[in-house]
Design a protein around this ligand. Structure first.
Ligand code: RFL
Length: 407
């Protein structure tokens, strides 16, 4: 809930136009757009800079998002270093099926690990554009959100003192477990939730990729995925029971299951390596509507979570950040409120489009292992259709690349 204003006009109170809570892809992109427009802002982050620059997560960035970063001067390093992917491979029934989405759509994916993107965005914001960013802040609290002078307060990690930042707008970019969404009183936003009842064991292997493209294994034992992250690092996923203990998955069990689920005739063997990350993610989604409460604007995972089934979360976070950053800059520099007024609606259009695709893909990935032979039959039919019907393949490719949703 939102708290009443602490120490009104106290000496420790600073003034800023925008306070951005959270330095993930969403918050840092908003911050960079505001700096470029000379809008006075500050970014607050609970973790340290080294921590956020090494936290492993996403890797797939859609082409429209890269172009939008590029237009804002935020993609130079990415464009020099990212891999360009134009196809993926489905493996099922012991066979391999290549899906050339670039040929169908003329568009492709970029693979660039999220920690590298975050590193680029922090450097640009703090070191190049001279932005104010405060790491390690504690007990971030929002105040007076329904007034035109809201505030954000936090405890300084070194002095232990509470600081108050009085502002005009708060950008809530603090991810799925942040505090900004929780500051909204009950009943003022609707939160729609969906739980797939499925877990994924998310793995990072110190091993070069075993294929030049993303692999999806659709197998009666459960889904398996392979995604290159760099020349030395590969992300793998294994479907598992929700809430499973990662300790149930020994090195040998992981590699045996990956070999089984990704096995197919003529497939080269997987290159094994040490597992440097092993955690269970429960596949669930939520969407907050509207994404605005008073002077608080939610962006990224703070406003909507998409299970990583379709690799959409970071792309949605960037989409929000472009909309919100541009809208705040237009309000401050041109007194133009159209972007802020339409922000929630414009964000949610893409959010719902991606949620729908994620659910469709979940059916394909998880149906054969559901234990329900009817579901197994229809999900394999859905998968085969991609390789027998060019219109179905094109429609799928557009959603896979995010090019079907209006931007
Ligand atoms: P983030 O990245 O979580 O950043 C939020 C930041 O806020 C900080 N924070 C706070 N700061 C101040 N005060 C507080 N009270 C705070 N509480 C938290 C946090 O420390 C953090 O630095 O949210 P953002 O910016 O909305 O970005 C969202 C993306 O990170 C997320 O959607 C993706 O990682 C999802 N995702 C993927 N998305 C893709 O588009 N493509 C992919 O290939 C992909 N793969 C993945 C993924 C997510 C995964 N996990 C771990 C859930 C793979 C995995 C395994």
């Amino acid at each position: 809930m939102t708290h009443p204003s602490p120490h009104l006009n106290s000496p420790a109170e600073e003034r800023r136009t925008v306070v951005v809570v959270g330095a993930g892809p969403a918050g840092l992109t908003v911050g960079n757009i505001l700096r470029a427009a000379a809008v006075d802002c500050v970014v607050l982050e609970t973790e340290s800079r080294p921590f956020i620059e090494t936290r492993p997560r996403a890797g797939v960035i859609e082409e429209w998002a890269v172009r939008a970063l590029q237009q804002r001067g935020l993609a130079d390093t990415l464009l020099a270093r990212a891999q360009v992917h134009s196809e993926c491979e489905f493996r099922f029934g012991g066979e391999r099926f290549r899906f050339d989405y670039a040929q169908l759509t003329n568009r492709h994916h970029y693979v660039y690990p999220q920690p590298l993107l975050v590193t680029d965005l922090v450097r640009e914001y703090a070191d190049v554009r001279g932005g104010d960013i405060r790491f390690g802040v504690r007990d971030v609290t929002l105040h007076d959100l329904e007034t035109d002078r809201p505030a954000v307060s936090y405890v300084d990690p070194e002095s232990g003192q509470r600081h108050v930042l009085r502002c005009e707008f708060v950008a809530g970019c603090d991810g799925a477990r942040g505090v900004t969404r929780a500051a909204v009183p009950d009943g003022r936003m609707r939160i729609s939730r969906q739980d797939y009842g499925i877990g994924w064991l998310a793995l990072l292997a110190e091993a070069p990729p075993s294929s030049e493209c993303v692999l999806f294994g659709v197998h009666p034992n459960g889904f398996a995925g392979h995604m290159a992250r760099s020349a030395e690092l590969t992300r793998y996923y294994l479907q598992c029971p929700p809430g499973d203990d990662p300790e149930n998955w020994s090195h040998d069990r992981v590699w045996a299951e990956l070999r089984e689920r990704l096995g197919a005739e003529g497939a080269p063997p997987l290159t094994e390596g040490r597992l440097v990350e092993k955690r269970v993610l429960d596949m669930h989604n939520y969407v907050v509507e509207p994404m605005v409460f008073g002077r608080l604007f939610l962006a990224g995972d703070a406003g909507h979570l998409t299970a990583p089934i379709a690799a959409k979360g970071m792309n949605l976070a960037l989409h929000d950040a472009f909309l919100l950053g541009d809208a705040l800059a237009a309000h401050v520099t041109k007194d133009d409120d159209a972007g802020l007024d339409g922000y929630s609606h414009a964000s949610l259009r893409r959010v719902w489009d991606y949620q729908e695709f994620s659910g469709f893909l979940s059916g394909i990935y998880h149906g054969t292992a559901s234990g329900d032979p009817f579901l197994a039959g229809t999900s394999l039919a859905r998968l085969r259709r991609l390789f027998t019907s060019p219109p179905a393949a094109t429609a799928f490719a557009e959603q896979y690349l995010g090019s079907a949703a209006a931007f």
